[in-house]
Design a protein around this ligand. Structure first.
Ligand code: DGL
Length: 272
């Protein structure tokens, strides 16, 4: 059985891979982190789309049977183009699954979304939530500093909580009704969940895309039976295996070895 391909702008997508491996424990995965060009979240849709097409092309050349776009920014900007470029395999993004999780969790249907600048500016979450629930209200905010803090390992305590307060107070302390659900619409934000949760008003639910993305993939792909042995992951990155292993371990929740990470070049066109 061919592997499941997963890419992200870097190590953040490992939060999604973790959930995918729980649902597809017998499957092989190829994970590509475009660490040389991270962050995607501050770049234009055209650039993010170009990078995403290059990531997908490399994975398809390696013989994947489906593609999971684990990066919210890439899902927001490039999903249609990726599907057009690879019509023969299922291509799943994280935005629709995240929107589904939010709509399911919210009672008031007033939903807050935090993500990168590019994801928020493109309006993909806002549209996905309203497609599912026409009357839903969405309050969206870019929280760009969270990405750097998560990579730095500053995931809880005084500074992350102060930054979280600065971003979230305008959403949740404003007069009038406040959202009852917060979508963590960026791969990096689940590792900051404790700091974010600490500054949220009581009763606000946090959701992310990881579990619902795995459920979405199940609609298209039958898991390989675990009886055939546990699946393996092939690790690819575009820069610095050492940093990928170090930072990635905290996102994945298990140790990664630099020696297991293959460095690939996406800027040289691949032979067809
Ligand atoms: N992976 C990106 C996302 O989920 C966050 C990091 C970046 O900006 O590249 O939006």
């Amino acid at each position: 059985v061919q592997p499941i391909g997963v890419f992200d702008s870097g190590v953040g997508g490992l939060t999604v891979l973790r959930a995918l491996r729980r649902t597809f424990p017998g499957d092989d995965f190829i994970y590509l982190g475009d660490t040389a060009r991270l962050p995607y979240g501050t770049k234009s849709p055209a650039t993010v789309t170009r990078y995403s097409l290059q990531c997908a092309e490399l994975l398809v050349q390696r013989g994947i049977r489906c593609l999971v776009v684990a990066c919210n920014t890439a899902s927001a900007s490039a999903l249609d183009e990726l599907r057009l470029a690879h019509p023969s395999i299922p291509v799943i993004g994280v935005i629709d699954p995240g929107a589904e999780a939010a709509v399911a969790a919210s009672r008031s249907q007033h939903i807050a979304v935090i993500a990168t600048e590019a994801t928020i500016a493109g309006g993909a979450y806002q549209m996905a939530i309203r497609r599912l629930r026409g009357g839903a209200r969405v309050t969206a905010a870019a929280c760009s500093l969270f990405v750097a803090m998560a990579e730095e390992g500053w995931v809880d305590g005084e500074i992350p909580q102060a930054v979280a307060r600065r971003y979230l107070d305008p959403i949740f302390r404003a007069a009038g009704d406040m959202p009852d659900t917060l979508v963590l619409g960026c791969t990096h934000f689940p590792v900051l969940a404790a700091a974010i949760g600490a500054v949220l008003p009581p009763g606000v639910r946090m959701v992310d895309s990881a579990a619902t993305t795995a459920a979405a993939l199940l609609k298209f792909v039958t898991p390989r039976p675990l009886a055939a042995g546990p699946g393996r992951v092939t690790w690819l990155a575009t820069d610095d295996a050492g940093r990928f292993a170090r930072v990635g371990s905290s996102f994945l929740g298990e140790p990664l070895l630099a020696a297991d990470i293959e460095i690939v070049d996406l800027t040289t066109p691949l032979p067809r």
